[in-house]
Design a protein. Structure first.
Length: 356
């Protein structure tokens, strides 16, 4: 079985964070989103992985995956991206007639994807779809599946009056029959070729498409608040691990200090992580915070936030909270009287905030 990770999109809902880098390279709990996707594929026994990229995302994605060992990557150009079915079509030479897992690179699953692969391997289904229960209102903005017994009987995209509250999550398992269903597809309103249309063709041809409800949590990291929540969910797994230097600091709960990091005269409430080579001095780091590698945090308070690699935050008051800050950012303070700060900051920015 092969894997197909889709990483060609621009992630426009995450701008300015994605203005200079593709969404799959954003770190959540100090690991890129696409690494979490590869982890899940490897855990399911898939090591031959195609990665669909565009000319805008290709270099960054390749660099991010360069250090990942034990996996055979093939990078496939989708220029321009025209939907999920189009991504499968341009990957045909790589996929051949092998069964494959299609994985949207910005999706996270608490228990991975092994359950979907095992369901496909255990039955005689042409496809398996991951489904997640959502509210009636949420279903209006998602694709939903109508399920009868052990089969999906119909798919409906963004229904005004949802006939189901089982939403389509970001993992699919297919055999080679899907390729014939993609041929001749008509594009949708935005000019994209939808994989749900191809799956609906499978269903209408009488082919079995199996549903598997996601066990545990599922997160689509489309917006800044989703990144922060995903970071929270992943940090809840953290176990105390101190490999860096700690001097005059108080570490409370599940705190990870990576190798080469220096934490001095600081209080950290876990779950939290401080990346390799970071320097945290005279600071407060609150729960559900990820400080990226080689960051410099001096005289600042941060909680429930993600701080990208090589960022400097110095002399900022009051507390930064629920903030998503990119890489290579410089944030400093000046005098004034604000009560809070909440930031979404793209890479290579400089910001001056009032000191408390």
């Amino acid at each position: 079985m092969k894997g197909l990770i889709l990483a060609a999109g621009l992630g426009t809902r995450l701008r300015p964070i994605t203005s200079l880098k593709p969404k799959p390279t954003i770190a959540v709990a100090n690991r890129p989103l696409i690494h979490h996707a590869v982890d899940n594929l490897v855990a399911a026994g898939v090591r031959d992985i195609g990665v669909v990229v565009s000319f805008l995302t290709a270099n960054s994605i390749k660099e991010t995956l360069a250090g990942y060992e034990g996996v055979n990557f093939e990078f496939i150009k989708q220029n321009p991206p025209k939907g999920l079915a189009h991504a499968v079509e341009v990957s045909r030479d790589f996929l051949g007639d092998d069964p494959f897992v299609m994985y949207l690179s910005d999706n996270l699953f608490e228990h991975g994807i092994t359950e979907f692969v095992e369901r496909f391997q255990a039955g005689e289904h042409r496809a398996v779809m991951a489904l997640v229960p959502v509210s009636y209102e949420e279903a209006k903005s998602l694709g939903v599946a109508i399920v009868e017994g052990d089969r999906i009987t119909r798919l409906v995209e963004k229904p005004a009056d949802p006939p189901s509250t089982l939403a389509v999550a970001g993992v699919y398992v297919f055999d080679s029959a899907i390729h014939a269903m993609i041929e001749g597809l008509e594009p949708g309103a935005k000019g994209e070729y939808q994989i749900t249309d191809a799956i609906q063709r499978l269903i209408e041809a009488g082919e079995p498409v199996a549903p598997v409800e996601v066990s545990g949590w599922w997160k689509d990291t489309g917006k800044p608040e989703d990144i922060l929540d995903a970071n929270r969910l992943l940090l809840m797994r953290a176990k105390r691990d101190v490999k860096g230097t700690v001097d005059g600091a108080q570490l409370i709960g599940e705190v990870v200090i990576e190798e080469g990091a220096v934490v001095r005269d600081t209080t950290i409430f876990g779950p939290a992580i401080v990346g390799a080579g970071a320097e945290v001095v005279g600071a407060y780091i609150g729960p559900f915070t990820a400080i990226g590698e080689e960051c410099v945090i001096h005289n600042a308070e941060i909680e429930y936030s993600v701080v990208g690699a090589r960022t400097t935050i110095q002399g900022v008051g009051p507390r930064l909270q629920a903030s998503l800050i990119g890489e290579d950012v410089r944030i400093g303070g000046h005098r004034g009287r604000p009560s809070t700060h909440r930031l979404v900051v793209g890479d290579e920015s400089t910001i001056l905030l009032q000191e408390g």
